[in-house]
Design a protein around this ligand. Structure first.
Ligand code: 5GP
Ligand code: MG
Ligand code: MG
Length: 192
């Protein structure tokens, strides 16, 4: 990154990022989602399947707000959005192979943007024998969706800007921020 101030902290946090959703707002909303999930999955064999790496912090906070017994699994998928591959092509890392047979799966991701990632993962989980698959995201970007499905649980609707923090990265940086921030395009290179 060319910017010498990249990621440097001042009292407000790293330079070049503007807070969009505070830590307090996030934690309050995550607790609400936990209460809804508790109510919706009473008596069901719930497994939360989190998409690495962006949903890790959400996963850790959310499962501590779900009081029903449930299991946790991870999966890794990378999308090819380059010019040579069709948008929506998704490479799923088979090494993770989440065990979901007979389970009611809640598929968790950081953000619902075009929707291609989550919509492509649902059939794979059903093929692994899941009893049901629903989806949950912390963020949904307004006006960006290119698929028919919508997430079942959404933390916040956000404007169409590139956001980082609370697990979301820019080039693998900024995941550790406790809040959601908008990356200042004048201070940082555009996302690759
Ligand atoms: P979709 O397949 O819905 O277009 O994209 C979902 C994935 O793209 C997310 O899991 C995330 O990795 C990435 N993504 C989309 N928008 C943003 C954003 O504003 N900030 C960051 N850090 N990642 C994003
Ligand atoms: Mg992701
Ligand atoms: Mg990323």
């Amino acid at each position: 990154v060319a910017d010498p101030e990249f990621g440097r902290r001042d009292r407000r946090g790293p330079v070049g990022v503007e807070i969009l959703i505070s830590e307090e707002e996030i934690l309050a909303r995550v607790a609400e989602l936990g209460r809804r999930i508790d109510a919706d999955y009473q008596g069901k064999p719930l497994t939360i399947v989190a998409v690495l790496t962006g949903s890790l912090i959400l996963l850790a906070d959310l499962i501590r707000r779900i009081h029903l017994p449930h299991r946790v699994a991870l999966l890794q998928a990378s999308s090819y959005k380059g010019a040579t591959t069709e948008r929506g092509d998704l490479a799923v890392n088979e090494a993770f192979a989440p065990v979901v047979h007979g389970r009611d799966v809640l598929l968790l991701d950081d953000i619902f943007d075009t929707g291609h990632t989550l919509s492509a993962l649902v059939p794979g989980l059903m093929a692994r024998g899941a009893r049901s698959v629903r989806t949950a995201v912390l963020l949904r970007k307004e006006g960006r969706q290119e698929v028919a499905m919508e997430p079942d649980y959404v933390g916040f609707e956000i404007p169409d800007a590139f956001v980082v923090g609370y697990g979301l990265d820019y080039d693998d940086d900024f995941r550790h921020l406790p809040h959601i921030a908008v990356l200042d395009p004048e201070k940082h290179l555009p996302p690759r």
